[in-house]
Design a protein around this ligand. Structure first.
Ligand SMILES: NC(=O)c1ccc[n+]([C@@H]2O[C@H](COP(=O)([O-])OP(=O)(O)OC[C@H]3O[C@@H](n4cnc5c(N)ncnc54)[C@H](O)[C@@H]3O)[C@@H](O)[C@H]2O)c1
Length: 247
């Protein structure tokens, strides 16, 4: 989608073959794209990615911190490795992207935009997704702060919060590194997703317009509204019903 709009694109992924395939597709259509093998859990690799991107393109105007993995299961069954893996990719990956790119984006003096991929799971906590919810709530909080911090520099921020999108997210274990695999493997719990499942292209279009219109929240599914509203109503009731006796 970015390439179609004339952007030069760097595709970074721990799955090098997929990154190369995406870059090839852009090049086949006459665009400019570069694939860089990157494990976002490793700051040094993300710094190397930034070095490469700035060296080859001269500037980076849009940064998408999108890599993510999902893991289903009750929190009481979560292992330390589960926490390390999911927070390592979903939260530290975003932090590393910011550490490696933002200072150079600011130094370039150009207008820019950052897109952090959270999820509807960053706005309403669904049962059976505890580690994922934790990581995505953190990405929402980080993005809501980043938008304020970067406004004086002319850099906008969007946080992408989808429900279901037809991707390979349910096969996230394919990229789990050996040292973070559990000794005993658990059967993944079947979780029915609420709402419709969007095509990635539909989500990409919404992201693109959010960048152009400088919108913070990218809430892709209208059916997210009711659960979000109910959450805020529960918070509102808690405030109204629980006043401190002593001031
Ligand atoms: N698909 C959905 O229903 C859905 C809903 C809400 C949010 N999201 C979020 O969207 C983002 C993209 O996921 P997706 O749905 O396209 O799933 P996907 O599994 O198709 O793509 C995730 C990508 O992240 C890469 N990745 C995994 N670990 C990595 C690492 N350590 N370093 C670099 N890259 C790594 C994978 O190789 C893969 O290309 C994620 O942040 C996910 O949490 C997805």
């Amino acid at each position: 989608m970015f390439a179609r709009e004339g952007a030069r694109v760097v595709v970074a992924d721990v799955d090098e073959a997929s990154a190369r395939a995406a870059a090839d597709e852009v090049r086949a259509r006459g665009g400019t794209a570069l694939a860089v093998h990157t494990d976002v859990t490793d700051l040094a690799q993300v710094q190397a990615l930034a070095d490469r991107a700035f060296a080859e393109l001269g500037a980076v105007d849009v940064l998408c911190n999108n890599a993510g993995v999902a893991l289903w299961g009750s929190l009481e069954d979560a292992t330390h490795r589960d926490w390390q893996w999911v927070l390592g990719v979903n939260l530290w990956g975003v932090i590393h992207g910011i550490e490696a790119f933002v200072p150079r984006m600011i130094a370039s003096g150009r207008r820019g935009h950052i897109v952090n991929t959270a999820s509807m799971a960053g706005l309403v906590a669904t049962r059976g997704l505890g580690i994922y919810n934790t990581s995505k709530y953190a990405v929402v909080g980080l993005s809501e702060t980043l938008v304020k911090d970067l406004a004086p520099h002319g850099i906008g921020v969007s946080v992408l919060c989808p429900l279901g999108v037809a991707t390979r997210i349910r096969a996230s274990e394919r990229n789990r590194p050996a040292h973070l695999r559990n000794e005993r493997t658990r059967e993944p719990e079947p979780i029915a997703l609420d709402g419709t499942t969007l095509a990635p292209e539909a989500v990409a279009e919404l992201v693109l317009s959010a960048i152009l219109e400088n919108r913070l929240y990218v809430i892709t599914h209208p059916e997210s509204l009711e659960p979000i509203r109910k959450r805020f109503q529960r918070i509102e009731r808690a405030i109204l019903e629980q006043q401190p006796r002593h001031r």
